[in-house]
Ligand binder design. Structure first.
Ligand code: FES
Ligand code: FES
Length: 80
């Protein structure tokens, strides 16, 4: 099946996460808690992407769901 994710936003979400914090990035684009998973992928073939930071940092999480470097933005949104 060639399922495409929903574009939640055509640009990244800047989110600060703490050292040692684990987040689950929404891969499917259906979550109401972007950029993170809220369980809405259950009706799709997608699974969230687990990400743990070693440091406290603000990161740009992909909102378009087409990045090649998930869960972070790689600029692909500019060509959508
Ligand atoms: Fe998806 Fe930038 S927001 S690549
Ligand atoms: Fe999108 Fe879970 S809601 S991956």
């Amino acid at each position: 099946m060639d399922e495409q994710p929903i574009i939640a936003q055509k640009g990244p979400y800047s989110v600060r996460i703490d050292a040692g914090e684990t987040v689950y990035w929404c891969r499917c684009g259906r979550s109401k808690k972007q950029p993170f998973c809220d369980g809405s992928h259950k009706v799709t073939g997608f699974q969230p992407v687990k990400y743990t930071s070693q440091v406290t940092i603000t990161l740009k999480f992909c909102g378009c769901k087409h990045t090649g470097t998930s869960p972070l933005c790689d600029g692909t949104h500019r060509s959508l």
